[in-house]
Design a binder for this molecule. Structure first.
Ligand SMILES: Nc1ncnc2c1ncn2[C@@H]1O[C@H](COP(=O)(O)OP(=O)(O)O)[C@@H](O)[C@H]1O
Ligand SMILES: O=P(O)(O)O[C@H]1O[C@H](CO)[C@@H](O[C@H]2O[C@H](CO)[C@@H](O)[C@H](O)[C@H]2O)[C@H](O)[C@H]1O
Length: 515
């Protein structure tokens, strides 16, 4: 076992998992990083049948429901060469996926980040990670699997993040040196697969690997760095990240401190509903935190006023998204005219020379993005002086903890350029209001009074901390709630059809309300 927190992690991996010297030599080899020229010919054609079956089953695969018609290799890096010894290899691939029909706007194909483990025989505990065994090509006869599920490969990725610098088309970066690695920092994939894939290292760090990537800085990294600069303690500050520099700049992964002992707001809200207890104090505190985050973002990044054509474009965007949503989910059609009235109402002030304040925002705020944790800061390493892992604190009792906000990526389905634009902060508030409604409707029996109380308390908390009550702009709030509900209808239809009635009930309510 390692002697100290600053051990060579390679030596640690070697000892812990019995990875041979020949194999681990690859760590220094990878520093000189190569595109695996020997692998390229035939690699993608041999993986294509496996990926065609495996990709659409992944929660993070955005193109569900449209057959995959082809693949293209955007980049390939051997983080650990396959066939280098007895242990596994790790391939980093960026793969373009062609589907039919092509999306009506934007890129004709999506690009996904894949971290593929490769080994001669898969240990039984990794059986669920199997992608398949290519019949031909450079990996013929080897097992190809989801590399993030293999703690040996996850450890390698963390070690790579500790040594900033280029690696072929990849670049590893950090704002400062990582704290010493605590002992026994075992990696586990986060159980709940969401839009991306996350690995938790010994309850100390969390590494989020983005799946569908788009060229340009991912706002999850960009905004978390800005908030760290602003000294906002409500958002875990990035410790390291990796990106690709060629052929396109993609943000690929971000390492943050893991907030031990915290629980997400969605679970807490459902528990409160089940216990029949109010959630208004938590909602009020969350409103205050949202205001703190918005204030810090407005201090750190540009703000604008959306007047004239820019305000009209806001409404036009909502109309466009509704058009597309109706195409995908025809059940929206009967409600569309009434929903459109809500969108038109926000363009009206533009005709009177008025406008809306806009700034960088979270972009996909809901209860699952708020973590309620112990009021005191966890230590940066999670380790005690001797390098042993710290005990995970018990989750705080209601009223004794504090909220943090995570996942500033915005709505993953939207183009990155759109997600990075300044937007009215009311949009985030609408997202959270929708979430209280979601929780209350998911619970049996539904509890609209609970939701209404939470919604009011959340707005009050926001007003207390920012001086601006979001309810003072009712047209904007309603338009954004409607826009969010439309997004949710498409999201649920695509990812969780059983949940479709939840946002559809909101659509019905919003369409029935008078403008
Ligand atoms: N810093 C953190 N500390 C503790 N848990 C976290 C942290 N960041 C994320 N999580 C957990 O990981 C889950 C997924 O993270 P998120 O950033 O929302 O990923 P995705 O983009 O895949 O939805 C969250 O719901 C939360 O439970
Ligand atoms: O957390 P992600 O960035 O992956 O966000 C996506 O998935 C969310 C669900 O996990 C989805 O949120 C919707 O369901 C939530 C309950 O599960 C609810 O609290 C939210 O209000 C509702 O929008 C989110 O929209 C989607 O982008």
């Amino acid at each position: 076992m390692p002697q100290s927190g600053t051990l060579s992690a390679l030596a640690y991996i070697r000892r812990l998992y019995g990875v041979g010297r020949e194999r681990t030599r690859s760590m220094s080899e990878t520093a000189a990083a190569r595109t695996p020229v020997g692998l390229l010919p035939g690699l993608l054609p041999s993986l294509a049948p496996l990926l065609r079956a495996w990709l659409p089953r992944q929660r993070w695969f955005a193109g569900k429901g449209r057959p995959v018609t082809g693949f293209s290799l955007v980049s390939a890096v051997e983080l650990l060469p396959p066939r280098g010894g007895n242990g596994p290899g790790l391939l980093h691939l960026l793969v373009g996926v062609d589907q039919r029909p092509e999306p009506p706007a934007g890129d004709p194909h999506d690009c996904y980040q894949l971290l593929l483990g490769v080994c001669p025989a898969l240990p039984p505990h990794l059986a669920p990670a199997l992608i398949g065994r290519p019949h031909g090509g450079p990996l013929a006869g080897l097992m190809v699997y989801e590399g993030l599920y293999d703690p040996r490969l996850a450890a390698l990725l963390l070690e790579r993040l500790r040594t900033p610098g280029p690696l072929g088309p990849l670049r590893f970066a950090s704002p400062g040196p990582l704290p010493p690695l605590p002992r026994a920092l075992t990696a586990r994939p986060l159980g709940t697969e969401q839009s991306n894939s996350s690995l938790v290292y010994g309850d100390t760090y969390i590494l989020k690997c983005f799946r569908r990537v788009q060229p340009g800085p991912n706002p999850d990294l960009e905004l978390s760095l800005a908030l760290a600069r602003a000294g906002c303690a409500r958002v875990p500050a990035p410790l390291a990240w990796y990106e690709s520099t060629a052929p396109h700049p993609y943000t690929l992964g971000v390492l943050q401190p893991y907030l031990r002992g915290s629980r997400d707001g969605w679970r807490l809200a459902l528990e409160a509903l089940a216990a029949g207890t109010p959630f208004t104090e938590e909602a009020r505190a969350l409103g205050r935190v949202t205001a703190e985050v918005h204030t810090a973002l407005a201090e750190e990044l540009p703000t604008v006023r959306l007047c004239g054509p820019r305000a009209e474009r806001l409404a036009a965007g909502m109309h466009r998204r509704l058009d597309e949503a109706v195409r995908q989910v025809p059940a929206l059609l009967p409600y569309a005219p009434r929903l459109r009235a809500a969108f038109d109402a926000i363009a009206a002030p533009a005709h009177r020379g008025l406008g809306w304040r806009a700034q960088r925002i979270h972009g996909d705020l809901h209860l699952g993005q708020a973590l309620y944790g112990p009021a005191t800061e966890p230590s940066a390493t999670g380790g005690s002086g001797d390098g042993s892992a710290a005990r995970t604190p018990a989750p705080p009792r209601p009223g004794t903890g504090r909220w943090s906000v995570i996942d500033f990526e915005g709505e993953p389905a939207r183009p990155l350029s759109e997600r990075r634009r300044p937007q009215p902060p009311v949009r985030d508030i609408a997202g959270m209001l929708r979430s209280f409604d979601y929780a209350a409707r998911t619970h049996r029996p539904g509890n609209p009074v609970w939701a209404e109380r939470c919604r009011a308390a959340y707005c009050e908390g926001y007003a207390q901390a920012s001086g601006a009550d979001p309810r003072a702009e009712p047209e904007l709030l309603r338009a954004y709630e409607t826009d969010k509900a439309v997004y949710e209808v498409v999201y649920e239809a695509r990812h969780r059809p059983d949940w479709l009635p939840v946002p559809m009930a909101a659509i019905e309510r919003l369409a029935a309300a008078s403008v």
